[in-house]
Design a protein around this ligand. Structure first.
Ligand code: ADP
Ligand code: MG
Length: 699
């Protein structure tokens, strides 16, 4: 039977050619199915009337019943507005319009009973409602209105009359037209066992709920389904992948690993590092390709874990490649590895975009000839000309800067896919990791090397900057080093660069007794490198920089991180930046500088930063504040989040819950052919066809 919801929306009553085009372009809605799954973003109880004298500044949208006593035009230019003085006898509220003044004045009459609907605010002691919805009171049957759906629409849609109300009308036409019961998409056993509302009813009730309890059940059912199919896809794909991809077998723990461990390792591994190394060894010893994500907070010692894994490759006759997102970081890894491997016959080389032709040619030959054991590189390694003799392991540091395509290219450099170890210092909240990397195994380094003192973080306003300078001065006098970071975001690059330059000039002036350095992304790689080198060697004492120092840079003697315009950074980024200090034995400090006027969100972010040093906690908070679409890394991960109703930040528990249910299905029905599950497999196939992408496929 053809699914009726695949039909084009233009044939739906109330839509037509023009509106269909608008819906296509503005909301990506093409079929009846798309429309059916375009859910309200909120509901408003329109059965209740409030009194003007009940209004306070924190109310959601409310309804008032009363009349307009007079109109008044006020202000000029951008603040020109029309004010209607509205009363219900208990007090006055100002209805305010900044646009459509003439239209409003012509439409609404004095002394007529209206129902006014909107979100009240208190401004200068007066209650007002901007751009309210207004209906004639006697045309409304308040008691019958119940929970009203509100749909997001764009400006362009609103201008063509396709506002929330019009959307509600179209969708109600659709629901009338649909067959009595839409076919179910979950199996009977799941619906019964978990007491879910049938799909048909759930869809109708999310659009027009009637009451709150129906709405909750309907939402639960739809969220359950959405998350369930994501997990089913991931787990099913992961099962296929595990069967499908053979991998190299690193069966030996040989000479290099052991010699490094006993002779070169300058300290004891932390328990967490040991555990993760064990997990990796187990993975690479099964003739199945490893795909493992290692999460570890900044400073948790991921580099060492990578190095030990690469020595395993070497001991088994394979080459390893470590990829970093920036040249600075690649160079730093290169010198760290060389230093740590001193005295061992392991050849480590560096290849970046700035490697000179003269060095590049012999390097590529040595790589293809199998003489290089470990290559540290950037995106430069992805070029077709770069070939390995036998690449067995790829380590990707700070994976969020690498996309799916790049990883696929690395695979192509080997006969069978090399083992892949992904390391991230942006701790990805568990919910997100489960969804993004459902087919990756996850290891967590949840322990910092001993002796680290927690970083002290303070939030201060710009006018107190003098105190900060005094503090920096004191630390510099004691021999420490400091960073001052300015935001640099592409859209406003020019202004930002100017801020950085001004800041640099000011700091040179204030700290004229010390050498001050400057680092930003616009500099040539060579200059950047030289600047970084001067700081690492201690010649430069204060480094004024943009976020290019965000990842990985390791200068243990620096103890102060000042972040200017901290309000412009996300939480995870602030945490990353903060991780540049606190790497040595000295007490370190992070100082967040902002203006006095802050949004609630920013204030919250500053509070979280000053109260927590835990990257995972911060990442969770970030997810809650910003929503998953904005989390650093997810855009580049190649997976778009287009959840229609579930919310990864808020529905974590449900996600875990359905994951177990999906796992049961996959485990008990390995060939995907059990009668009772057919509806599930069919639906999964349909979802994948529709979305043309797979959640599970990331490597
Ligand atoms: P990240 O996880 O942020 O990449 P690094 O690998 O750069 O961290 O390690 C941070 C610092 O901690 C380095 O200077 C490293 O030498 C040191 N380190 C790593 N492991 C240990 C350990 N087990 N004991 C002491 N210091 C360690
Ligand atoms: Mg690192």
């Amino acid at each position: 039977m053809l699914d009726p919801t695949t039909r084009d929306i233009k044939y739906l009553p109330g839509v037509g050619e023009q509106r269909a085009k608008l819906l296509n372009r503005e909301l990506n809605i093409y079929s009846l199915h798309d429309l059916l799954y375009y859910f309200p973003y909120r509901y408003v109880d329109r059965s209740r009337l409030f009194k003007v004298n009940e209004i306070d500044g924190r109310m959601p949208h409310i309804q008032l019943l009363g009349e307009i006593r007079s109109f008044e035009e006020m202000g000029e230019g951008a603040s020109r507005r029309l004010v209607a003085h509205f009363t219900d006898g208990s007090g006055f509220v100002d209805l305010v319009w900044f646009r459509g003044i003439k239209y409003v004045k012509g439409k609404y009459k004095l002394g007529v009973k209206y129902v006014v609907f909107g979100k009240p605010t208190i401004f200068g002691g007066r209650a007002n409602i901007a751009h309210p919805d207004i209906d004639l009171a006697d045309t409304l049957q308040l008691s019958e209105m119940g929970l009203q759906p509100y749909y997001n629409t764009t400006d362009r849609m609103k201008r063509s009359g396709l506002n929330s109300q019009a959307m509600a009308k179209i969708i109600s036409n659709l629901l009338v037209m649909l067959p009595e019961t839409m076919s179910e998409t979950l199996s009977d056993s799941i619906i019964q066992k978990y007491k879910l509302m049938p799909l048909d009813r759930a869809l109708r009730k999310t659009h027009f709920p009637g009451n709150v309890s129906d709405l909750r059940s309907a939402e639960y059912r739809l969220k359950f389904e959405e998350l369930f199919y994501i997990q089913l896809d991931i787990l099913n794909y992961s099962k296929e992948r595990k069967c499908k991809f053979a991998g190299y077998n690193f069966s030996k723990v040989g000479d290099m690993f052991n010699r490094f461990y006993s002779e070169n390792l300058p300290f004891e591994l932390t328990e967490a590092q040991k555990r993760v190394v064990r997990e990796i060894r187990r993975d690479v010893n099964r003739s199945i390709q490893m795909n493992r994500l290692v999460q570890g907070d900044v400073g948790s010692g991921k580099t060492l874990v990578a190095l030990l894994s690469m020595l395993l490759a070497k001991d088994n006759g394979y080459q390893a490649c470590m990829m970093a997102p920036t040249e600075i970081l690649a160079e730093q890894h290169f010198s760290t590895l060389r230093r740590m491997l001193e005295g061992l016959p392991v050849r480590v080389e560096l290849l970046t975009g700035s490697t000179k032709q003269k060095e590049r040619v012999p390097l590529l030959a040595a790589l293809a000839g199998g003489e290089v054991d470990i290559l540290v590189s950037t995106h430069a390694v992805l070029e077709d000309k770069v070939n390995f003799a036998h690449l067995g392991l790829v380590v990707i540091d700070e994976q969020h800067r690498f996309g799916v395509v790049q990883r696929a290219k690395m695979w192509a450099k080997s006969h069978i896919p090399p083992h892949v170890l992904v390391m991230t210092a942006t701790p990805i909240p568990r919910t997100l990791a489960m969804t993004l990397y459902g087919d990756l195994d996850v290891s967590v380094i949840d322990e910092l090397p001993p002796g680290r003192k927690p970083i002290t973080t303070r939030h201060i306003y710009r006018k107190q900057i003098g105190e900060v300078y005094a503090f920096i001065e004191k630390q510099l006098r004691e021999g420490r080093q400091a960073y001052v970071v300015y935001p640099l975001i592409t859209e406003s690059e020019k202004i930002d660069l100017q801020n950085l330059e001004e800041g640099y000039a000011r700091l040179c002036n204030v700290f004229c007794n010390y050498k001050v350095g400057k680092l930003h992304g616009k500099m040539k790689p060579k200059e950047k490198d030289a600047e970084m080198q001067r700081f690492a060697s201690g010649e430069t004492r204060l480094l004024v920089s943009t976020t290019v120092i965000e990842v990985g840079v390791d200068v243990p003697n620096s103890t102060i991180m000042v972040i200017e315009n901290a309000e412009r950074f996300g939480l995870s980024q602030l945490h990353q930046l903060r991780g540049r200090v606190g790497r040595g034995a000295q007490q370190s400090y992070c100082i967040l500088v902002t203006d006095v006027k802050l949004s609630d969100d920013t204030r919250k972010r500053m509070e979280i930063m000053t109260s927590s040093n835990d990257g995972f906690e911060i990442a969770e908070a970030d997810l809650k504040l910003r929503g998953p679409g904005d989390i650093e890394g997810t855009q580049q991960s190649g997976i778009a989040f287009d959840l229609k109703i579930a919310n990864l930040a808020k529905d974590e528990q449900l996600l875990q819950f359905v994951r177990d249910i999906a796992r049961d299905v996959v485990d008990n029905d390995p060939d995907c052919n059990r009668e009772e599950n057919l509806v599930l497999w069919r639906k999964l196939a349909e979802i994948k066809l529709r979305s043309n992408r797979r959640w599970g496929a990331i490597s």
